[in-house]
Each structure stands twice: as structure tokens, then as C-alpha cells.
Design a protein around this ligand. Sequence first.
Ligand code: GDP
Length: 441
Amino acid sequence: MNITTTTIAAIATPMGRGGIGIIRLSGSKALSIVKSLSHRENFVPRTPQLCTWKDVDGEVIDSGLVLYFSGPASYTGEDVVELQGHGSPVLLHALLRRCIDLGCVPAEPGEFTRRAVENGCMDLSQAEAVVACIDAATERAGKQAQKHLAGVFGKKIEALMHALTGVVAHVEACLDFPEEEIPELFLSQLCDQLKRDLCVPIDALLASASFGERLFSGASIAIVGAPNVGKSSLLNLLSGRERAIVSDVPGTTRDVLEVDFEIQGIPVRLIDTAGIRESSDLIEQEGVRRAKETADVADVVVFLADASLRDTWCFDGHYDIAVFNKIDLINPSKHKQMDGIALSARTGEGLDLFLEAMSEMLGEKLVDGEDVFVTNERHRIAIEQAKEHLQVAIPMLKSEEQLDLAALELRRAWSALGVIVGVGDVEYILDRVFSEFCIGK
Ligand code: GDP
């Protein structure tokens, strides 16, 4: 237990009224503060005890359970106490104020988890998984976050670092004993080892990143097409709400509207773009520009046409799925002429086929072969950097003159991977990561 740190406290449950509200304390004074607050001495670790918490005049603030974890066997590695009271913002604030009067300081966002990392209870990728668990928008994302939390991803990165350390040690040994002759095959064997034990798994991890990142930040599907073909209607049908303005006047959808839902456990944002057509109206022109921009960066582009209007069947731009809307207006015998999915945003006919096609298209675009994925940009960038250093190092390993430079690049690759689990310039990395946390975590 680190006795030099302050004792921190924060409300750990979301603001608002609820059945239970929790205040968490961590630090060397946590237990003594709770003893004063509860007028009680005997707290047994990991055993909930019903207590009444009083203010300075002896008046009751609230009552509830005290759960004490004796450090280092706690979340932060320090003494941790949870006060599980009633979920009332007023009572929780009064209780927190009393804890502060008794000697705690309010916790910074993410400070509990930061202490856990600093005290070696978890690595940095596990700390990030705490946020990922909280933020997971789908069950599938939640399951992946649990794997990261359990350290599966961190261990994978550490295994890569371990393999790299082995190669660096061999190269360093060659440099330390220049008088020794390096066996002919030795360096090429090291190159093979780097490719097999590092480059191959790194490529697999990077291939998983597009899927992993979408699992948390969401995939985007843009609907493009001429004005009035039914883009807003389709969006409304999917969202079940009157979100986009549906109108008979072409060009009424002027801004990009969005609806969030889930396909195969991936959070998906469907974006309705302004009808793409040439326009003299300045606001509409801006809408068209944004629509093109949205379509350019979307994971999947759906081109929507009006089945009853041939003029709308052509689209000058890239798209992944063609959908013919308003099939309720045409004779079913004409369905055959349309090369795409037949749909009616009015009756809902064909919606299942449309969702299936989007799901297939997403599956094709996002590889999910790995068991544990790269799920955030920070990790992906670090792995890409490691790969770049390896790519520079490998050809250098082929000539004895460049061995020192190769060793430098290999150490850089090692440091790039270390950034993921929190080895290296620790303070800088911790500041960056914990700026995204909420208070009480
Ligand atoms: P957008 O400009 O592409 O967003 O088109 P809207 O969603 O605003 O729809 C334009 C018009 O077409 C509205 O009057 C809608 O009610 C109508 N509409 C949309 N979908 C269908 C459909 O499947 N069948 C029929 N009959 N009308 C539709």
C-alpha cells in the first residue's frame, strides 16, 4: 500500500435518483474516515456491514452498507471502502462533503483506475477496457471489452514484446562481442524469427482493427440517391421515430440526419444524406457537398432509387448496395427489371432483405478472424509504429555493418508496443489515457 498518496473519494454511481448510490474511497485514510463517519471500529474486509453515517453534529446523513477491501487486495491496490447508500444526489453529496471534511480529497476523473495501474493491479490496456466496458453500445462490444479487461489483449502484446526482447538480446550480444565471428546463418535466422513471431501476429492484429474499432466507435452506412426517393422515410422506418422530415417537396432534407441501431452486434449509424443533385440553392448545395463527403468516408454506401421513377435509377458515384424503394407503387412483375433490393419504406416490405444485405456487406468489409481485437485507435497506431520499425530493422539485420542501427529500430518497435500496456514514458501515456475517464472510476 502506498502511504504517501492522498485518500480520494468520489460518487461512483451516475447522477440522478436510483435505488442505490455508491461513494468510493481509496487511500491510507479510507478506513479511519469511514470509522469516524460510521462511529464504529470493527470492519472486516470483504464483508458488508450495515452502518449509519452521521454528520459533525451527530445527525444521520444516510445509512447503508460499508464494503471494505484491505490493500493491496483491492481495485486500486490501496485500502478501498465503498459506502452503498441510497441513490439520492442530495444525500450522496452530503456524504461526500462529510468524507472530505474528514480528510479525503475529491478524485480526479479515472483516478481510481490510474492508481490501480500505478500500483501494478492492471496494465494500461486493462484500464482502457474499463472505459470500453462502460461505453460498450452492444453486447458483442461488451464481451470484447471483458476480454481486454481480463488482460487477454495485454498478454498478447507482452508476448510480442517478450519475443522481441529475445531477438534484441541476440543482436546486442553480436555488438558486444565484435571479435566473435557471427555464424553464417545466424542473422537470417533472426530475420525469419522476427517475421514469424512478430510480423505475422502484428499483421493479424492490424487486420482485426477495422472490425474492433467499429465494434466500439460504430460503423457508418450512408444512404445516397436523388431527392424524394424515400431516404428519410427509410431512416424513419428503421428508427421507428419521425426523426427525419419526410416531405413531397424534393430537396427538403438539407442536413445529414442519423439513426443508431445494431447489426450483428456492431453499433451502426445510418446516415441520411441530402438528395444528391445539382442545385442552385446555396443551403442545398452545402447539403449536397456534405452528403458526398459522408458517402466518401462511410463503411457502406447504400444507393436508394425510386422503383417507380427510372430517372432516379442512375447514380454517378461509388455504392455498395442498390435499393429500389416504393415497390408498393409498381406492379410486382416489374421487380425483375431492378438490379438490387426491392423495398417499400411505406409498407415495410423488403426491410428484412435490406438489413440482411447490409449485414453481409459489413461482414465482408470488416474481418473478425482474431479472438481478441485491436479495439482502439491508440493501440492501432502503436502497433502500426512497431511494424514500421520492424520493417526498417529487418533488412538492416542482413549486414553486419548495420547491426547497431537494427538494434535501435528493434528497441523502438519494443517501446511502441510498450505504450499499449503502459511501459515507457509512463506519465505522458497515463495523462493521455485517463483524460477520457469519468469521475469515480
Ligand atoms: P428523400 O427526399 O429521399 O428523403 O424522400 P422522403 O423520405 O422525404 O420521401 C419523399 C416522398 O416519398 C414522401 O412523400 C414519402 O411519403 C414518399 N415515400 C417514401 N417512401 C415511400 C414508399 O415506399 N412508398 C410510397 N408510396 N411512398 C413513399
